[in-house]
Design a protein around this ligand. Structure first.
Ligand code: ADP
Ligand code: RBF
Ligand code: MG
Length: 170
């Protein structure tokens, strides 16, 4: 169970440019994750605990897809830098580094853990994806797919991160 203070931060909206990460997601895990800049990571509320989350994501002017997000230090890899990595439940034709990624973090799945093997980590991530896929079909969640956050006409070429605080009108 997530802490009550974490639930108080949700849903959480974030947007920023997709940057290069550790280069491991696709190569080692077969699960690419679009990484935000540290500026966006630093705008997360202190009350939002690290862990694995699910929600929706949109790349530039594309459709809104389901996503899973890992927030934290990847204990399996003992990262020193906190990251915010989004895996989108869609097969993209090509990479989208430099694109604007909008995400709506809706709910918590579990804490980040270290695993005994790479295969165990991959299995855990696959089960997160399957769980998120089912949950995000529920009407109370899927309503957020059409939130104005995803539709607002705004310039897509801004190179700064921006944060929309929780409590913004739904
Ligand atoms: P990095 O360490 O640079 O983040 P990854 O191996 O995690 O590298 O790959 C992430 C990149 O793969 C993303 O930045 C994006 O351009 C691309 N990508 C392709 N398909 C997806 C997807 N379904 N979800 C997230 N990123 C994807
Ligand atoms: N890294 C961990 O060290 N422990 C985890 O429990 C963990 N869970 C993840 C769950 C999901 C849904 C995703 C997308 C990533 C997860 N990661 C986890 C992060 C993973 O190690 C990271 O994406 C790769 O190392 C590429 O940066
Ligand atoms: Mg990545």
């Amino acid at each position: 169970m997530p802490a009550t203070k974490t639930l108080g931060c949700l849903p959480f909206f974030a947007k920023g440019i997709v940057v290069k990460g550790f280069g491991r997601g696709s190569k080692e895990l077969g699960i690419p994750t679009a990484n935000y800049t540290s500026e966006v990571v630093e705008t997360l509320p202190n009350d939002l605990e690290t862990g694995i989350y699910y929600g929706y994501a949109k790349v530039d002017g594309g459709p809104v897809y389901k996503m899973v997000m890992s927030i934290g230090w990847n204990p399996f890899y003992k990262n020193v830098k906190k990251s915010m990595e989004t895996h989108i439940l869609h097969n993209f034709e090509s990479d989208f580094y430099g694109s604007m990624l909008k995400t709506c973090i809706i709910n918590y799945i579990r804490p980040e853990q270290s695993y005994e093997s790479l295969d165990a980590l991959i299995d855990a991530i696959k089960s997160d994806i399957a769980y998120a896929d089912t949950q995000l079909d529920l009407p109370e969640y899927s309503a957020l797919q059409t939130h104005s956050f995803f539709n607002a006409e705004k310039p897509q070429d801004v190179n700064t991160s921006e944060l929309i605080l929780p409590g913004s009108s739904l």
